[in-house]
Each structure stands twice: as C-alpha cells, then as structure tokens.
Design a protein around this ligand. Structure first.
Ligand code: FAD
Length: 306
C-alpha cells in the first residue's frame, strides 16, 4: 500500500506529490489527465517567479518535477469511489483496479460550466475566457461582456470594470442573483451596462471574438453587442461527484477542509479547486497541495507504526 495516495494531477496534486515524496514515504498519484486545467490554458502570467509561460508547458514542467522523485505516477486513471477503512483507505478506479493507502489526498479540481452556444468553443482563449483574475489584463481598455449575474459574474464585472474599457453584464433571469452589496457597487460604475432577461445565443468572431448576440426574452428580439472579450461566469463545478456520501461536501459540492487540508474522513485530505478553499488559482492550488501533503505526513507520524 501507499503511505500517501494522491488522486488528481493538477497543480495541487503535483505539489502534494513533491512534498510527500520528499519525506521519503511511499507516494502515488492517480489522475485522469496529468496537468489538469492548466492544459487548457494559454498564457499564464501570475505564477510568481515565472513571468510568463503557457499552459501545456507549465503542465509538462509539473510532471517533470514530480518525476524527479520516486513517485508512482498512474495516468489515465479515473477514480470512482473512496472507501474509508480502519487502517487503509481504498480508492476504486473506473478501470476496475483498486489502490490502498494509509492516507489519501484528493485534488480532483473543478471545471468551468460552459454556456454551450455557437462560438464558445471556437473562440476559447481567443476572446472567450472564464477567469477574470487570469485573463482580465489581456483586455485592458477593451470592451467585454460578462455572462452570469450571480455573485461570481457580478464580482467579475466589478473587477473587470477597473481594467477594461467597458463591461456589458448579461443575465438570463429577470434579475441579478448576486448579493445586494455587490449589485449596489455594480450600479455605481459608469462603464458597466446590465442586461437582464437576456439569453446569450451566439458568440461571434472571425479569428477572434468580435461580438455577442443575445435574445431579449421579453420581446424575442435578437441584439448584437460589439466587443473583444466574453467572460463566462455561470459556475465552477468541483469534480467531486464520486465522493458523495463518503466525504462531507459544501452545498456547492466542494470538499470541506480545515486549515491543514483535513476532510471529514480521518486520513483523507484534500487540496485545490475541489475544496472550499477560496479563490481558484494555480498558485493557491499548489500551495494548498503542499499543505495537504504536510497535513497527511503529520497524520501518518501520529497514527501509523514506523
Ligand atoms: P485541476 O487543475 O482541475 O486538476 C485536477 C486533476 O484531477 C486533473 O489531473 C484531472 O484529470 C484529475 N481528475 C479529476 N477527476 C478525477 C477522478 N475522478 N479521478 C482521477 N483524476 C481526476 N489559474 C491561474 O492561476 N492563472 C491562470 O492564468 C489561469 N488560467 C486559466 C485558464 C483556463 C482556461 C482555466 C480552465 C483555468 C485557469 N486557471 C488559471 C485556474 C487554474 O488552472 C486552476 O485553479 C488550477 O489548475 C487548479 O488546480 P487543481 O490541481 O486544484 O485542479
């Protein structure tokens, strides 16, 4: 069995693997896609000490770093169930195999909910974005839309309004769903238009995004907004379906962790975008992975025989 088994090979899982392996304990990483969301990213400009890199290059560097250590890397493996036990915790894989470990770190990340309209997929990284902290500065002085009027959409619109030239916020419902304080702040901004009862039907472009078409749901009329960028903010979904009923999750499906990454199940830790830790970013996930590995190590020295 492993001492530490990490499920998920994004920035959180990779950092956890390096930290665990450096303790000289038996470490494994099982993941569907080593690199995680970073593989879908183009420019990364906010990982401190690396001024600028590209997603696939960063993902490759993560794997190279982990391979420097004695870590059992199991790629293309999807976990389907976690079975806590007295001494050993079992992770069952879709392949039918099962892995056992004295401690487990879950770092299965999250995914942005897609709006599924024509243009979204074609213009990903060409004007279609999901993360204002990551891509906001790329649109300095330009016109953007934010789709989604919940807390994340309204926060994104407020954040972007300070960087870009103009923001159009588009909400499907007849009213915004964000907290009142955020809505008040949004209304005070001069360079923001808000359209409610508006259904985005297409993101248009040539090589890059040049506009967005929405249907006014009251009149049925289609309208076009000219712009250079579209931020889709209709939800970040944690990859935690497989944990329902075993590990305590928040109402958003995030794994509830304490300051050391400990979950509700003894010996099971979690890190990164899959957890309740706020602000979903690479550097935060990586730091969180390191913390969970140290948490797991601390757990091991207290509970298992040498
Ligand atoms: P993830 O990166 O999501 O990794 C999850 C891992 O778990 C993957 O290996 C996945 O295959 C695996 N997995 C999932 N389910 C299972 C399962 N059941 N069994 C086994 N394995 C599983 N952040 C920044 O800081 N700067 C940026 O510029 C930036 N740009 C971004 C651009 C885009 C397009 C996207 C999508 C995200 C961006 N982010 C950026 C956010 C950043 O990528 C995430 O915060 C970070 O990757 C989270 O790391 P993680 O390790 O928690 O999870």
């Amino acid at each position: 069995p492993f001492d530490v088994l990490i499920v998920g090979g994004g920035p959180a899982g990779a950092a956890a693997a390096v930290y665990a392996a450096r303790k000289g304990i038996r470490t494994g990483v099982a993941s569907e896609r080593f690199g995680g969301q970073v593989l879908d990213t183009m420019g990364i400009e906010n990982f401190i000490s690396i001024k600028e890199t590209e997603g696939p290059k960063f993902a490759h560097a993560l794997e190279e770093h982990v391979r420097d250590y004695d870590v059992d890397i199991m790629n293309l493996q999807r976990a389907k169930a976690l079975v806590p036990g007295d001494g050993l915790i079992e992770v069952q894989l879709e392949s039918g195999a099962s892995l056992k470990s004295k401690s487990v770190i879950i770092s299965t990340g999250a995914r942005w909910r897609n709006i599924n309209v024509p243009g979204e997929h074609e213009f990903k990284n060409k004007g279609v974005a999901y993360c204002p902290h990551c891509d906001g500065p790329l649109f300095k002085g330009k016109r953007v839309a934010v789709i989604g009027g919940g807390n994340s959409g309204v926060e994104a619109a407020i954040d972007l309004a300070g960087i870009v030239g103009h923001v159009t916020l588009i909400e499907f419902d007849t009213q915004l769903r964000a907290d009142a304080v955020l809505q008040r702040k949004l209304k005070s901004l001069k360079n923001v238009d808000v359209f409610t009862n508006a259904q985005t039907t297409e993101i248009t472009g040539d090589q890059k995004v040049n506009g967005l078409i929405y249907k006014d749901r009251a009149t049925g009329e289609s309208k076009k907004v000219e712009l250079e960028g579209v931020f889709i903010q209709i939800g970040l979904v944690p990859n935690t379906d497989w944990l329902k009923g075993t590990v305590e999750l928040s109402k958003h499906g995030e794994i509830i962790v304490d300051a050391r990454g400990q979950t509700s199940v003894p010996g099971v830790f979690a890190a990164g975008d899959a957890t309740t830790v706020p602000f979903k970013q690479i550097i935060i996930a990586a730091g969180d992975g390191a913390k969970a590995a140290l948490g797991a190590f601390d757990h091991l020295i207290r509970t298992s025989a040498p």
